[in-house]
Design a protein around this ligand. Structure first.
Ligand SMILES: [Zn+2]
Ligand SMILES: [Zn+2]
Length: 228
């Protein structure tokens, strides 16, 4: 069985639809399991759980009396759901707000919204640079470490429309991690070459005329130029 890291579980939960509590129908929230020191060492078995924190959820409402009657303790239950198996269960809470400090869903949503807003701003900037034909600005976005994936993808596409031959070298010297970006960058370079009737020498990588049969930089014979 593949071992899932905390990040794996987290990413799965953030990207999937939250389950609904089988007792009350309310959407459950992502909850980070607090550190435990159970003597049996079993712990939670997962870094995160889904929890129903609806204060009107029947098992939670009835739990106070039930536990008081049977165990003479002030406690109740919250419905929980294992994110990997989808299995529903319950955990004890000792107050109305017990465990609420570990809800991370609000934080997740806020972060997601901030990311979307930043992405929108980034795409807006690309549009402005595109209209202005500002290839340098687009190149900067394309190569910047902090650029968001969607924005980088857009920059990779637009650079082919506005870029001159001078953008090819900095792009070639950059290692892109995303395969989709790599593909778009290749298509863009192709587009720039077409516009300029150029190509790159397969031996020395210098930019030469598309129809050249000998590289003027390294002197090597070139594979036959494709007839346009
Ligand atoms: Zn519920
Ligand atoms: Zn050459």
């Amino acid at each position: 069985m593949a071992i899932l890291t905390q990040d794996d579980v987290y990413n799965k939960m953030v990207n999937e639809k939250r389950p609904v509590c089988p007792h009350c129908g309310q959407e459950m929230v992502i909850w980070e399991c607090p550190p435990v020191s159970f003597s049996d060492g079993s712990g939670w078995g997962t870094p995160f759980l889904y929890v129903c924190f609806n204060d009107d959820c029947p098992p939670y409402l009835e739990g106070w009396n039930h536990i008081m009657e049977h165990y003479a303790n002030v406690a109740s239950y919250r419905c929980i759901c294992d994110p990997m198996s989808g299995k529903m269960d319950s955990m004890p809470v000792f107050s109305r707000d017990g465990g609420k400090g570990y809800i991370i869903d609000e934080e997740v949503k806020a972060r997601e919204e901030a990311r979307k807003a930043a992405e929108k701003r980034g795409l807006g900037k690309i549009e402005v640079y595109h209209e202005a034909g500002d290839a340098d600005a687009i190149l900067r976005v394309l190569l910047a470490e902090k650029t968001l994936p969607k924005v980088r993808l857009k920059a990779a596409e637009i650079i082919g429309e506005v870029g001159g031959l001078d953008v090819i070298e900095p792009i070639r010297n950059h290692a892109f991690e995303d395969d989709q970006v790599k593909e778009r960058v290749e298509a863009s370079i192709e587009m720039i070459h077409k516009r300029n009737y150029t190509k790159e020498c397969p031996f020395c990588a210098e930019i030469i005329k598309a129809r050249a049969v000998v590289c003027k930089h390294c002197g090597k014979d070139l594979p036959e130029a494709k007839s346009a």
